[in-house]
Design a protein around this ligand. Structure first.
Ligand SMILES: [Fe+2]
Length: 179
């Protein structure tokens, strides 16, 4: 697997595009996909800002990242299936497409020209470390929310012993109570 910064960033872009596709085609659970999109885009943007943009002197990307962050928050709050959700998804996906085109068409080739092979590897390492650290923290927040939601469902279904259950047990008990 390639470990230079250009390959890593490009890979993330493809993953993000696949998540947008899932949401547009309404495949799978939209809330889970939105949470994953939120975590990945946020971690990706922070790692770029902290570890890659300084080498490029690219201030331009920061504005776009902020815009995407606002839209991401709106998408997390919107209810899947509503016109508001679809509109926000459209806006966010075109903002991200623009960012991807600019990076892959301009910024990354510029970086490839100015940095040597070794520097690209170093940046890749730094980018990945920062991105993974962010991703772990964001996913933990999401899992926490999910456990709280499950607990609430267990409470509504009056499942005995719920306060002693871990996330998997809650999931199982809630599933049984609704089937
Ligand atoms: Fe990017």
């Amino acid at each position: 697997m390639a470990t230079d910064v250009i390959s890593l960033i490009t890979e993330d872009h493809r993953t993000v595009e696949a998540l947008f596709e899932r949401l547009k085609k309404e495949e799978g659970d939209p809330k889970t996909t939105v949470a994953e999109l939120h975590a990945l885009l946020t971690a990706h943007a922070r790692a770029e800002e902290d570890r890659v943009y300084p080498d490029l002197d690219a201030h331009h990307g920061l504005e776009e990242h902020k815009e995407a962050e606002v839209l991401l928050d709106e998408l997390v709050r919107a209810r899947p299936g509503t016109p508001e959700f679809r509109q926000t998804l459209e806006k966010l996906s075109s903002a991200v497409t623009h960012h991807v085109e600019e990076e892959e068409g301009d910024l990354l080739p510029q970086l490839a020209r100015q940095a040597g092979k070794q520097r690209l590897e170093e940046l890749g390492e730094a980018f990945k470390q920062r991105r993974d650290e962010e991703l772990r923290a964001l996913r933990a927040v999401h899992d926490g929310a999910t456990k709280a939601e499950l607990y609430e469902q267990a409470q509504q279904a009056d499942i005995p012993g719920r306060s002693q259950m871990d996330k998997e047990e809650l999931q199982e008990a809630v599933r049984k109570s609704t089937s």
